[in-house]
Ligand binder design. Sequence first.
Ligand code: AMP
Length: 423
Amino acid sequence: MTSGQMAFDQLPLKPELQSRLSELGYRQPTPVQQQAIPLVLAGGDLLAGANTGSGKTAAFALPLLHNLVGKRASGGNFVSALVLVPTRELAQQVADSFVSYGAALKPKPKVLAVYGGVSVNIQMLALRGGADILVATPGRLLDLVSSNAVKLNKIQALVLDEADRMLSLGFTEELNQVLSLLPKQKQTLLFSATFPEEVQALARGLLHQASEIMLQNDDEPTLIQRVFTVNHERKTALLAELIKVNDWQQVLVFASAKNSCNRLAQKLAKQGITAEVFHSDKAQGARNRLLTAFKNGEIRVLVATDIAARGIDIDKLPVVINYELPRSPADYMHRIGRSGRAGASGEAITLICHEDYHHFKIIEKKNKFRLTREQYPGFEADEQVPESALARMDKPMAKPEGTGKKKRKKLPEINQQLWSKKS
Ligand code: AMP
């Protein structure tokens, strides 16, 4: 990772954190860590934008561990720092990072991850006596609050990881409910690789005299992006050809919806390529197993929806393929950011057919880049837009997972708390 000349021991972090970082082989803080760690240690609010894979987790985890461990309010299920994330997998990954970074601290930090799709009882038990760091998806967190398993009114720090997603419409209701349960005085940290204009005002509304770090316009020279134009009917065949010719052994393929993931995996199987699918219809246990197996190189092709786009850290993933485009330009950046992480080289290949041309241009414009359209020999797209493509252009794009309004059960206890706050 490029990070100038600074060493970790120039940052005023506890020796137990420093020694753990050397054990992990972290030699220098990354640019976002260099800038964010002193600001977070000083207790200020922060809005930080930096490329995917640039070490954002440690940028907030290290100073929070330094500041908060051993200072938890006693006498209830209190939590010192709350980290909100959009997906279950990210919750587990971020919690694992806190545990790893804090492994040598005394007292040992209590770090918990809570998210849906797994037993709530185990999480309730674990929350007895509170936690130093709680990493949560908002829905499950609210369920736990409503059953009094956790108290959020003594939070000292709040982090929104993948903040733009947390501030997007799909999470508004739940996020507002969580925010209403937190004390007014606290440190608020917003981290994301992308901050689209529409969420910037919202983000600043949550912050108080915040510092801002924006590093995401840095070049990302380790990640090469390519785009191939291809006829719709030949897309799967081109994907199979690319996988075979390049002999890729670990490929993450993004499709736009659960159905298209399933269909694509079946079509790849017919071409002799075994692929597993990863989307929200899978039980959480299966999701965790799939991700671990993919990370360990036991699954060659993982076909996923955008639930795998955010934050997931796969060591040295060589290639990401956009088989279908994401709706949002920000999601494009998150998807491709699964490769080329932590200074490793990577490739992001997007396959576009005629009906995607316009939308891909918007993705390029919003993300401020422009790629040369390439043709793969034997799979060239027709110059004329085919009739079949015209028909498909009228159809709306699939909605990404998790953006719809979720049906939640009423939370009488929360309403009660809100009411008593007002009165
Ligand atoms: P993140 O952006 O937090 O998901 O981190 C991306 C990857 O970079 C993870 O695998 C981290 O373990 C790794 N990483 C974070 N900070 C450093 C550092 N200072 N030196 C080396 N690797 C790092």
